[in-house]
Design a protein around this ligand. Structure first.
Ligand SMILES: Cc1ncc(COP(=O)(O)O)c(C=O)c1O
Length: 436
């Protein structure tokens, strides 16, 4: 569900008719706060019997206004860098609700995290454990570590570039090496190896890959227990899907119906469950609004729409062949969609490729899409762009990044200014460095 809806042929975000934003320069991201809020609260409700710590994956959408709102609802944060730690602390998230994953934590990032008192390091490798342990010891601080285990479970429908649970990859420690890891490091006084973390990919389109991976982890926790290693936390990661088309992903209740009963016995035995949902909260809470610049006729049946946004603002189609539903913001009554489908069923549609201005042949937002007839200056909405959208944007081709706006019922707030040409050079300088 989300609060982007067509009424009488015009797109609304909550109570705001996008026509009222026609004076705002495109491209821009537009978020619906009440979609974020409801997603978070409904997700929480679906898993409430487990009473998990729900850590929002900051990497999906990191505007402070959003993080602050989620923090007020009680969310913890799943972070993967010192920058995300900074954002999460600026958003007022209590440090003990922060889990820090990522394979390349630098010494500086580790120091910052220890000084801030984060709840958990999700440790991805043995050298990383040794580094964190040494820094914690040096500071005389006791920290919690969850070992990221690579369960060799994944969803075959997940894109290869976002599958993270396969054996031998850069993420986590392969399952068969975990007992030896605990033997070597499980008794550290400064980095307490108190938990297990998994994250098998993104998105995971059904509950089964989770249940397979969790079953392996429960078995592992039992075996570690027999060897004297008590596990207090199990973090099952993120990956819950989002509706890029209506009804494409399972509901949170459907995930929960399979996952929660598996976890309930260990939760009842005192193991705290941690979850790291990202896109399932943020993806459908944001759209990218763009203006048509040109419509180029290629041949009788093919037209290419050139917009003022592209892979530099939303890289998912170019990077992962991802599909986003795209539709005019003001298509008129005859094309007032009630369902988002990549193959919509209306009379009078035309087929278009939708491209961006970037000098790369991969710079398409979509290909072969049926849309109402489109003309220059029309605004298009690229849906389900709230996750891995703005956060992955760049200034490639010296294109400033777009603004971000947030709607809360009938109020629109600018939450990130559009960059200008000055921002393209604001960090450039001409300073000679004296080397030591
Ligand atoms: C460790 C970890 N947790 C959570 C997530 C969030 O995944 P999603 O946005 O699919 O929920 C990711 C995404 O890559 C991740 O790497």
């Amino acid at each position: 569900m989300d609060y982007f809806k067509y009424k009488n042929g015009r797109l609304f975000c909550e109570e705001i008719d996008l026509d009222r934003m026609s004076g705002i320069k495109t491209p821009f991201y537009l978020y619906s706060w009440n979609t974020f809020k409801e997603h978070f609260l409904r997700f929480k409700e679906s898993f409430k019997e487990l009473d998990p710590l729900i850590c929002f994956a900051v990497k999906t959408c990191n505007n402070l206004a959003i993080l602050k709102g989620l923090a007020r609802l009680g969310a913890g944060m799943d972070i993967v860098s010192g920058g995300e730690l900074f954002l999460s602390s600026r958003a007022g998230v209590p440090a003990d609700r922060v889990v820090y994953a990522g394979v390349g934590k630098t010494a500086e990032e580790i120091e910052l995290s220890i000084d801030s008192g984060i709840g958990f390091f999700n440790v991805e490798s043995e050298p990383e454990f040794i580094r964190i342990e040494k820094i914690a010891r040096g500071k005389n601080k006791i920290m919690n570590a969850l070992l990221r285990v690579n369960p060799d479970e994944y969803d075959k429908n997940t894109h290869d570039k976002t599958t993270t649970g396969k054996k031998g990859g850069k993420f986590g420690v392969d399952l068969e090496h975990v007992p030896a890891f605990f033997e070597a490091h499980g008794k550290s006084d400064y980095l307490k190896l108190t938990g297990i973390h998994i994250h098998i990919g993104s998105p995971i389109y059904s509950a089964e890959p989770y249940t397979r991976a969790i079953t392996k982890m429960i078995d592992l926790i039992g075996k570690l227990g027999e060897k004297g290693f008590t596990i207090k936390y199990l973090d099952i990661g993120g990956g819950y899907a989002a509706d890029y088309e209506d009804g494409a992903s399972p509901s949170w209740d459907e995930y929960s119906e399979s996952i929660a009963p598996l976890l309930q016995p260990i939760a009842d035995n005192g193991i705290k469950i941690i979850m790291e949902p990202g896109r399932t909260i943020s993806a459908n809470a944001g759209i990218l609004v763009t203006s048509v610049q040109y419509v180029k006729k290629v041949d009788q049946d093919r037209n290419i729409i050139i917009t003022d946004t592209g892979m530099h603002h939303l890289i998912r189609p170019a990077l992962y062949n991802a599909n986003h539903f795209i539709w005019p913001a003001n298509p008129g009554e005859a094309f007032s969609v009630t369902e988002r489908r990549f193959d919509p069923d209306f009379d009078g549609l035309m087929e278009y490729d939708i491209a961006g201005p970037i000098c790369e042949s991969s710079d398409y937002l979509a290909k072969g899409r049926k849309l109402p007839p489109v003309a220059p200056a029309d605004r298009l909405a690229v849906f389900t762009a709230g996750a891995y959208g703005m956060v992955m944007s760049s200034q490639y081709n010296a294109q400033p990044r777009p603004a971000e706006y947030m709607v809360d019922e009938d109020k629109v707030t600018l939450i990130r200014e559009r960059e200008n040409y000055g921002d393209l050079i604001s960090k450039q300088c001409d300073r000679v460095i004296t080397l030591g």
